[in-house]
Design a protein around this ligand. Structure first.
Ligand SMILES: [Zn+2]
Length: 179
């Protein structure tokens, strides 16, 4: 961040009075430009015993499989964001069910929130951010080609709870892969 979005002056990185952290501060208009974590909303779309995954048509991780998820928009609720991402990426309409997982990802300042969801009908397809969408049964999930650590973690937790017929809320901290 180089310039003030309010007055256009150059920004300085310094601690404002009474603050413990470095902030981007505008000395011309006095505005402090706080930066805060971003929220990613997604879901686990289920049809009978299968999970709908999307093959990414965008970087990062082009060509790998993921759950529909993305950055919340201003003025949106979490559930609406999860439904919108499912429409944009997988051209499917969902009934959003329980809150399933919250992943803190502090090394990239993000929080990922996943809901369980059911396809309302057997309609789905590739949105502009996807090359392909497909239903996977448990033994078909392409574990080596899952896009992100949070997604594979979410899928493993879901399948475990599904086997136990007991869906719980999972709150985990994600640390970078050693690999
Ligand atoms: Zn300013």
């Amino acid at each position: 961040m180089n310039y003030c979005s309010h007055c256009g002056a150059g920004l300085l990185l310094r601690k404002p009075d009474g603050d413990e952290r470095l902030r981007h501060v505008c000395d011309q208009c006095g505005l402090v430009h706080y930066q805060n974590p971003k929220i990613i909303a997604g879901c686990i779309p289920v049809w009978e015993n299968s999970i709908l995954l999307c093959k990414r048509a965008i970087e990062p991780r082009y060509g790998t499989w993921t759950l529909p998820a993305g950055f919340m928009e201003l003025g949106e609720t979490l559930e609406a964001a999860a439904r919108r991402e499912s429409w944009e990426e997988a051209r499917t309409h969902l009934a959003v069910e329980g809150l399933f997982a919250i992943f803190n990802v502090p090394h990239i300042s993000q929080v990922h929130v996943y809901f369980r969801a059911r396809l309302l009908d057997h309609q789905f397809g590739a949105g502009v951010e996807s090359l392909e969408t497909r239903l996977f049964r448990e033994h078909e999930i392409p574990w080596a080609d899952i896009s992100f650590q949070t997604v594979s973690h979410c899928l493993r937790l879901y399948l475990e709870d599904h086997r136990n017929r007991d869906f719980r809320l999972h709150i985990h901290d994600i640390v970078p892969d050693a690999a």
